[in-house]
Design a protein around this ligand. Structure first.
Ligand SMILES: C[S@@+](CC[C@H](N)C(=O)[O-])C[C@H]1O[C@@H](n2cnc3c(N)ncnc32)[C@H](O)[C@@H]1O
Length: 281
């Protein structure tokens, strides 16, 4: 029944409504409802109205309170307060880590396997990991290595907790905003999962801090699969897809690429490459 033409016609207004809502830039202020309506249409076509209804209700039970919280978060003027609220409410709703689903042990299996070999190839003896989040998965990479580790994050209570739980002579955590504060010089800066949560201006400011730091290499997340526009200029705290090789970043081909999750990579660039891209922008 769903495959027939009348069923498809009945669903035709959904994407139309989605387009209308997007045209009026509702996306910027509210949840990207247009994308959800398109998904609902596809679900009805794929699984039928009964299954779609059940899944839709379950989704809305999670989505409505999460969206209310997201709006409350974006209403806060200070970026630090936004990420502190995300931390305190576990807004990304991941079971294992307050740093979100991408920080689970399953989702970091490839990186936990591949990062040590990259450190060896680059001769990394000191590492700046910012944002470090709750150090949930990175502790397994750092533990037992001949490495001076500095983790940095904008959420002060998380940094205090990390220092209490994991701090030691060669492992410390600092509270900082990497788009504003000076960052330590190390052999490598690991910057995973940050630019997809920052505005373009704040992301550029982070790249400038990297160049100023004197650190020779940076590992940055870049999406490979997109379920929305890349490099959309969101308010810091919100989510967007990031392609570091596209405008406004325009970084060249990375020196190395590590596959991270199914939809993103961690890409290695040198300070010279980043500096040249910033100058050309
Ligand atoms: C998705 S988590 C990623 C954490 C970690 N890299 C990981 O892979 O698990 C993003 C983190 O960025 C932090 N953050 C956001 N803006 C920041 C900024 N300007 N300076 C430092 N940390 C920031 C947030 O507090 C949050 O812990």
């Amino acid at each position: 029944m769903l495959g027939d033409k009348s069923g498809m016609d009945a669903l035709a207004p959904l994407p139309l409504l989605a387009g209308l809502l997007e045209d009026f830039s509702v996306q910027a202020a509210f949840w990207p409802i247009g994308r959800d309506l398109r998904r609902l249409r596809d679900l009805v076509r794929r699984e039928g109205p009964v299954a779609a209804w059940r899944k839709g209700v379950r989704y809305l039970k999670w989505k409505v309170p999460a969206e209310a919280l997201r709006l409350r978060m974006l209403w806060l003027p200070r970026v630090e307060d936004r990420f502190t609220l995300i931390y305190r409410t576990n807004l990304w709703a991941a079971a294992e880590s307050v740093s979100g689903p991408a920080a689970s042990l399953e989702n970091t299996a490839a990186l936990r396997r591949d990062l040590p070999a990259l450190f060896d190839r680059l001769g990394v003896r000191s590492l700046f990991d910012a944002p470090c989040g709750d150090f949930y998965w990175m502790q397994h990479v750092v533990r037992g290595r001949d490495l001076d580790y500095v983790g940095g994050d904008i959420v002060r209570p998380m940094i205090e907790q990390n220092n209490a739980r994991h701090g030691g002579p060669r492992c410390r955590f600092v509270h900082l905003d990497v788009s504003r504060d000076a960052v330590p010089r190390t052999d490598l800066w690991l910057c995973r999962g940050l630019f997809s949560l920052l505005s373009n201006a704040d992301s550029r400011a982070v790249l400038e801090q990297f160049v100023r730091s004197g650190t020779p290499y940076i590992l940055l997340s870049s999406h490979r699969v997109f379920d929305g526009p890349a490099n959309e200029n969101v308010a810091s705290g919100d989510f967007r897809y990031v392609d570091m090789r596209a405008a406004p970043f325009n970084l060249p081909a990375p020196l190395e690429t590590l596959q991270d999750r199914y939809d993103e990579d961690l890409c290695l660039w040198s300070r010279e490459q980043v500096e040249a891209a910033l100058r050309a922008a």
